[in-house]
Design a protein around this ligand. Structure first.
Ligand SMILES: [Zn+2]
Length: 102
């Protein structure tokens, strides 16, 4: 039962956070449009000094850097990688940051 609830929470959190809103918040200054793969501006995972290598997907929340090689499939993976959090900690941070009860 606990596992089922956890799964529902993950789906709920992913559904509740729009990737465009999420990356607009996490990557201030990035020239984001609305859908699919976008230029994410400077990569937050390595000492980046020119844009063009860091991409974010505003449909799925996935991210990828062609310079340092980091990649993930959704906003939860982004939060885990950026802040060095475990999965459950990342969910809690997202719920807290985005005002989601769970
Ligand atoms: Zn990078």
């Amino acid at each position: 039962m606990a596992l089922l609830n956890k799964k529902l929470n993950v789906d709920y959190i992913k559904r509740s956070i729009n990737p465009f809103d999420f990356y607009s918040h996490e990557l201030p200054g990035a020239p984001l449009k609305k859908h699919d793969w976008n230029d994410g501006g400077l990569c937050p995972f390595h000492a980046d000094n020119s844009t063009g290598s860091f991409r974010v997907n505003l449909t799925t929340g996935a991210f990828k850097c062609f310079a340092c090689g980091i990649a993930g499939s959704d906003v939860i993976a982004f939060i885990m990688a950026l802040y060095g959090l475990q999965f459950a900690e990342a969910l809690a941070k997202l719920a807290d940051d985005w005002g989601l009860a769970w």
